[in-house]
Design a protein around this ligand. Sequence first.
Ligand code: NAD
Length: 433
Amino acid sequence: MKLTMIGSGYVGLVSGVCFSDFGHTVVCVDKDVRKIDMLEAGEVPIYEPGLDALMARNVAAGRLSFTTDLAAALEGADAVFIGVGTPTRRGDGHADLSYVYAAAEEIATMLTGYAVVVTKSTVPVGTNREVGRIIAATRPDISFDIASNPEFLREGAAIEDFMRPDRVVVGVESDRARAVMAEIYSPLSLRDAPIVYTDLESAEMIKYAANAFLATKITFINEIANLCEKVGADVQAVARGMGMDKRIGSKFLNSGPGYGGSCFPKDTNALARIGQEHAAPQRIVEQVIAINDARKRQMVDKVLELCGGSVNGKRIAVLGVTFKPNTDDMRDAPALTIVPALVGGGAEVHVVDPQGRREGEALLPNVHWQSDPYVAAEQADALVLLTEWNEFRALDLPRLARAMRTPAMADLRNVYSKDDADKAGMAYTSVGR
Ligand code: NAD
């Protein structure tokens, strides 16, 4: 199959690279000339483990290329994927669909023959139908189909998720489109990945419902963690005991500083908005959003308490600022609330993150970037573990304690134990324990 991928960001690039590895011929398109220049030079503009090698292999095999020229990329395409961003629209929480509809218009003017136009971006119910309407209105002469194919990959494990998904969701309305989609994903059937065929609206809903459910699960355990702190229970033991029940499952039961990232905050906001617009309010999701917002501020209070009520004039080392490990993505990371609050409270903040600096420098003004946790901890009054990168999971706590002015740690990911901290002579606070 010949495939065109519009948008070469986290989702478009990973999908394009993986589709080419399936054996398809893929052209990845982006409007960002800098991104395409980097890709053509063999450089990966994002940090995603394993992506560079897989990309190089498929470029060398002649199956994968990059361009800013959409018309050329569309020539002879069997399917065109829209993988552009759908950020939160300023002011009202709704998904901003301007990039998706702009892509649909461009496809409409440049398409030369039958193709399936597939929306991979996360989009509200009705968007795929509108994409179809835009193309049909612009080009009544051309035959095409639309398909909804929301993406479920996780940053940091994106290739594994794409290659071995729990399921692939495909919303289609014609047998022809279904056949094209089946052929595109046929390599996965060898790996027993089920393809869920459905109508367009259900496919669009599945993505939002799944993300909102996961965000709810995280928020649920965070509230349980608050209660554990009050009653002397250990949230990790509680989560383990809960998660062994197969009806519940152990994933997404790690309490922490609140969910962040490029998907959960914007998708929960969009779902709440869709619910309001259709007079079917999503009250649980609305609560989840409010609780998660408050959660980040609670984490600031935890650090303040650890520092005796104020961080003014204190030196604080923050370990990890990306929204989770193994990504450089800073979108809606809890660090974007917590770090500025510490700086605003008068602290001198030293930050270490294995991949976050490139994105983080502009987003976190007035902090000092360090490359080594032990250097960041020198003369510090508190250490805040915010993202559980592997690099921060086996720190020498006695060495850190010796380097600090006041040995104290707010372990917001429960990586260490009070015992570890006691042995190192460090004051310690964590979440839900
Ligand atoms: P991104 O911002 O990393 O990438 C989007 C890219 O699209 C950018 O490079 C931008 O320049 C390009 N673009 C925009 N308009 C274009 C146009 N008309 N022509 C060509 N290129 C264009 O976004 P992302 O994180 O990859 O997310 C894309 C979509 O996938 C969103 O809807 C998101 O919700 C969804 N999604 C993301 C993830 C994730 O983990 N990031 C997971 C599942 C689903």
